[in-house]
Design a protein. Sequence first.
Length: 465
Amino acid sequence: MRYLAFILAAITSAEMQAYQLAPRLVVNITIDQLRTDYIDAFTPLYTSGGFRRIMRDGLVYDGAGYPFSPVDRASATATLSTGTTPYYNGIISSWWLDRETLQSVFCVDSNKDAGSPRRLKTSTVGDELKISTGGSAVVYSFAASRECAILAAGHAADGAFWLDKKQVWQGSSYYSTFPDWLKAHNHLYSVSATEGNSNNAVVDASLQAVSAAAMGKDDISDMLYVTLSATKGDGTPVKHWQTEMESVYMQLDNSLERLISGIEQRLSLDKVLFVLTSTGYTDESAVDLDKYRIPTGTFFINRTANLLNMYLGAIYGQGRYVEQVFDNQMYLNHKLIEQKRVAISEVLSRSREFLIQNAGVADVYTSDRLLDGNDDILKIRNGFNPTISGDIIIEVTPGWKLLNEDTQQTYTSRAGFMPFPIVFMGTGIKPGRVSTKVTVDCIAPTIAKSIRIRAPNACNASPLF
């Protein structure tokens, strides 16, 4: 009996220790277009409490990547919060074409509110935290851009806040009422107070939220989403990365230090889990490749759509078979095809045969091919959504530019790898480096496991630890 009592006491002690290790505050830091090579290049210039600290004291996964393509700010943010790809969460990019109206829509636009996550089709980690705590957990999201704030926050958050052009915080009536403490913050902090630096403004408001909402102060885990940027604030292209990005990363390092130290002043870090990663893409300035004798060209998608209409019309009879084009996608007229009593699979097959012969076309992905796809095209399939994406996706040859002359939309194909990390620091985390390749959809289930909740409802990725 005495031995049994000892075993039970040991088990109870272990369970209590595991319970105590659950973080009271999870700080999700997403840095738009953060790159490992730039982090490393400017290391000698950093403070001791920013990048140096999190890379030294954290568990760093060096080989991070996204499980779908293409990636932009909106689709990246949605994947980080939902733990799944656009195929399930419905956010294929910042903008896409509405099949009903044939008009472009923005991912978080709403007729009822200043913005909402209604187009986000799956739950987020924050949503699951709200569900598991009966709404008691506090979930806030702060970002310079509206889409990052809302898509990170999810459906059930207490608030998602973003900066307008005057660096004043805005919110949406979709969530709860705009908090008084943030109204006061808007009055107290001017543009000059943050020197026009959106990262500093995001950090200031985030720290204010931790204090005002007493985040991490009770036994219920809370969630804070912080989206920073590793880009030039003026939006101009980078011409000399050594000089231009040096100041960007030094300012970013300072903002990161202020965030970590600010949290530390409010909470013991053994109660906090920091998670840091990147949106995993980069906006590159246009380069005149002809000048350097690199093979290039322009694929005119609107002209090609007209030619495809003529080709299909010669086979099935006159009609507008390609109803609209958007980015590198073509949307077919399904009603017309039904009227012609032709199988959509046949039209797609003939369209692919026609398009693949055009100069500058590397591959053509049809919707039926993607739905039946194998591992060779898995990343393209994961970035495709059956109800939102076009019927035909055109991949242009690297170096070529896709241009829609009607809308002046451009799309450039580039297969270059952009390195970025995933870093965990804080509660129960042992410092270390992992070189194994991992994908960012594993972040959400890892966080969920650490705070003892279910992973988001479309997440089938495994936790990293």
